[in-house]
Structure formats: structure tokens, C-alpha cells
Write a protein that binds this ligand. Structure first.
Ligand SMILES: [Zn+2]
Ligand SMILES: [Zn+2]
Length: 234
């Protein structure tokens, strides 16, 4: 792992605050390739066997991984480093995560304010660019300060958290990702498992729910601060 074999034919720039997996999904869609293909090209998963990401890849990119990702995607080391949660220093301390133990790492993530699984989303942000943001993985980020709407916690189609952005085992990695729809595996019927497994496919850009604060002063006082690298990075 962590050796990129080649550079992808069609390249993209990450969206501000985008997650590594979201970026890989958008690259896969752009190249009409499976997510597995892009993750392997980036050296993020093993060449053979199940597509399982190391959980720490959502936190930090160690030098060999960073080098492989930059080689495969053509983005700079700085841009690649901004795709993982270590950019939120102050909100999270990536220096003390438990290495090599996924179960302990998961508990550590929850104690650090991360959702136990999946991601929330802003329906307007994803309508614009299809990208999942790092901030949506924090349990205490519940609204989008850009569009002033509540984040959606679960997909109305399948009723589950959005796992398009699953940290460890993305659903249906052998498919070419379809952006803008829920990528969760269908929970019922023939599309549930096996070679005929299908994605939920419910549109991500649903009807947004406003914050409900009509008084502009109250709204500006109560509105959460978007935890971008600009506000958190040291
Ligand atoms: Zn938004
Ligand atoms: Zn769904």
C-alpha cells in the first residue's frame, strides 16, 4: 500500500474543506472509473482483497501516503493535507490518536466530537459541487453557515446516515460513483447484496430546512462558526 502506480488521466482540484474520500469519489466519477480503482491508484487500499481504508487516513496522511496521493491526483502536498481532519487542530488533536486499533480509534473519534459513522450534509452545498465537507463529520456541526440551513443527518430514501463518506468501508466501491445521490447500499430486496447490489439513489439535494431564526440579530449571534482551517489551523 501507499505506492501510487500512475497519475489518473483526468484530474480535479479539491473543493474547500472537502474530505479525502469525497475527492476520490469525484475523481472516480470524472474518470468513469470505480472508486476501488481510484483508491488503489492512490495507494489508499491494498491492490487485492476487500476495499478497506485505514481509519487513520481520515485523520492524517503520513508521508508515504501523502506522496502516493499527490502523485496519483496531481494535487500539491498542501492540498492533500487539507483533505483530512488533522487540519482541525484545536477542535481535534490528531497527535494522540490510538494507532493500529480501529475499535479504539472509533471511540477516540467519538470522544473527540466526531459522528460514530457516516456524515451529515448540506443539501445546497452538495447540489452545487457534490462534495462532502470535513466539518459535516463533527457531531456538534448541525447547520451550514453559508446557506443558513440545517444539515441533514439521514437520507430520506433509506433512513440511514450518509455513508458515501464512510471512513473505513465505502459502500459499493466497485461501482462508478454517481454524484448527487445517496450511495448507501439498498437495505431491502434484490439490490441489498451480492453482484446485483444497488445504491439507494435518493437525491442528496433535498428541500433544505432553514434555521428558523427570523430575527437577524439573534440569527447572527446564534449561528455556529464554520470550523474551516482558517479558523482552526495553527
Ligand atoms: Zn451549504
Ligand atoms: Zn439513502
Amino acid at each position: 500500500m501507499a505506492t501510487a502506480s500512475r497519475t489518473l488521466p483526468l484530474l480535479l482540484e479539491p473543493v474547500e474543506d472537502e474530505t479525502l474520500l469525497s475527492f476520490c469519489r469525484r475523481l472516480a466519477a470524472r474518470n468513469e472509473a470505480s472508486l476501488t480503482c481510484v483508491l488503489r491508484t492512490c495507494g489508499l487500499v491494498a491492490e487485492r482483497g476487500p476495499v478497506v481504508l485505514a481509519p487513520e487516513h481520515s485523520l492524517v496522511l503520513e508521508p508515504p501516503v501523502l506522496e502516493a496521493v499527490t502523485f496519483a491526483t496531481g494535487i500539491t502536498s498542501d492540498a492533500a493535507s487539507r483533505l483530512v481532519l488533522s487540519r482541525f487542530r484545536g477542535a481535534i488533536n490528531p497527535g494522540d490518536y490510538p494507532r493500529g486499533d480501529p475499535a479504539r480509534l472509533r471511540h477516540w473519534g467519538v470522544r473527540s466530537g466526531l459522528l460514530p459513522a457516516g456524515s451529515r450534509l448540506c443539501p445546497i452545498c452538495v447540489r452545487q459541487d457534490g462534495a462532502f465537507r470535513l466539518a459535516w463529520r463533527f457531531s456538534w456541526v448541525y447547520a451550514c453557515p453559508v446557506h443558513r440551513v440545517l444539515l441533514q443527518a439521514t437520507c430520506p430514501g433509506c433512513g440511514r446516515p450518509y455513508s458515501c463518506d464512510a471512513v473505513v468501508a465505502p459502500p459499493l466501491p466497485s461501482m462508478v460513483p454517481v454524484l448527487g445521490v445517496c450511495g448507501n447500499r439498498q437495505s431491502r430486496g434484490q439490490g441489498r447484496r451480492g453482484p446485483h447490489a444497488l445504491a439507494c439513489g435518493h437525491p442528496l439535494a433535498g428541500r433544505p430546512l432553514g434555521c428558523g431564526w427570523t430575527n437577524s440579530v439573534a440569527c447572527s449571534e446564534r449561528w455556529p462558526t464554520w470550523p474551516t482551517s482558517r479558523s482552526w489551523a495553527r
